[in-house]
Design a protein around this ligand. Structure first.
Ligand code: ADP
Ligand code: MG
Length: 214
C-alpha cells in the first residue's frame, strides 16, 4: 500500500494561500518528496473553464448555482488529479478545497450546511485532507492585499459583511475539527508562516517512512 498525504490551504482572499503553497512545494522539492500541487476552482481543463465563469464579475450566479459549479469542478479534480496522485504515493497540496464551500456558500451566502455536506461528500468521495492550514486574516487587510494584484474578481467585489461571515465560517470549521486544522495568523511575515508550515509537514512526513523519496 502506498503512503500519501493530502494537505490543503484555506483562508480569505489575499491571505497568502498561493504564496504558502509555492513555498511548501519548494521545500518538498528540496527534500526530494514526490508531490503534486493543484488548486480550486480549476486544476483540470474542465475546472479551468468553470473557474473563469465563477470569477467573472460580469456573470450573475445564484448562490446555489455557485455552489454546484464549485462542486462540479471539485468532483472532476478529485477523480482526475487528487485521487490518482494520492494513489501514486504523493504529497498532494491543494490551494482551497471543500472547506471554502462551507465558508463561502454556507456561512457567506447562507446555503444550508447539511445540503452542502451531502453534495460535498459525493463530489469528493470522502477524500479529506489530513492537514488543513487556515490562514486567518482580517478581511479588510486581505482585500487590500488582493487589490494590489490588479482587477477584482467576482468574489473580491462582494461586500465586507460577506467576507466577515466567511472568516467566521473558517474559524468555526477549524474549531469543530481541531485534529485536522492548523490556524495561522496570516498577518505574520511570509517567511515565519512558511517555517511553521514546513515544521509541521516535515514532522508529519517523519511518521510516513513508506513515502517514496525522489
Ligand atoms: N504573510 C504575508 N504578509 C504580507 N503580505 C503577504 C503575505 N503573504 C502573501 N502576501 C502578499 O499578499 C498578496 C496575496 O497573496 P496570495 O498568496 O496571492 O494570497 P491568496 O492566494 O490567499 O489570495 C500577494 O501580493 C503576496 O505577495
Ligand atoms: Mg491565491
Amino acid at each position: 500500500m502506498s503512503v500519501s498525504l493530502f494537505i490543503t490551504f484555506e483562508g480569505p482572499e489575499g491571505a497568502g494561500k498561493s504564496t504558502q503553497v509555492r513555498r511548501l512545494a519548494a521545500r518538498l522539492e528540496g527534500a526530494g518528496v514526490p508531490h503534486l500541487v493543484t488548486r480550486e476552482p480549476g486544476g483540470t481543463p474542465m475546472g479551468f473553464r468553470v473557474r473563469e465563469l465563477l470569477l467573472d464579475p460580469d456573470v450573475d450566479i445564484s448562490p446555489l448555482s455557485e455552489f454546484l459549479l464549485y462542486s462540479a469542478s471539485r468532483a472532476q479534480l478529485v477523480r482526475e488529479v487528487i485521487e490518482p496522485a494520492l494513489a501514486g504515493g504523493n504529497v498532494v497540496v491543494c490551494d482551497r478545497y471543500a472547506d471554502s464551500s462551507v465558508a463561502y456558500q454556507g456561512f457567506g451566502r447562507g446555503l444550508e450546511r447539511e445540503f452542502l455536506q451531502t453534495v460535498t461528500w459525493e463530489a469528493t468521495r470522502g477524500v479529506t485532507p489530513a492537514i488543513t492550514f487556515l490562514l486567518d486574516l482580517d478581511p479588510e487587510e486581505g482585500l487590500r492585499r488582493a487589490a494590489e494584484r490588479g482587477a477584482k474578481d467576482r468574489l473580491e467585489l462582494a461586500d465586507l459583511g460577506f467576507h466577515r461571515r466567511v472568516r467566521e465560517g473558517f474559524l468555526a470549521l477549524a474549531a469543530s475539527q481541531p485534529e485536522r486544522f492548523v490556524v495561522l495568523d496570516a498577518s505574520r511575515p511570509e517567511e515565519d508562516l512558511a517555517g511553521a508550515v514546513w515544521a509541521l509537514v516535515e514532522r508529519t512526513l517523519a511518521f510516513l517512512p513508506g513515502l517514496r523519496r525522489g
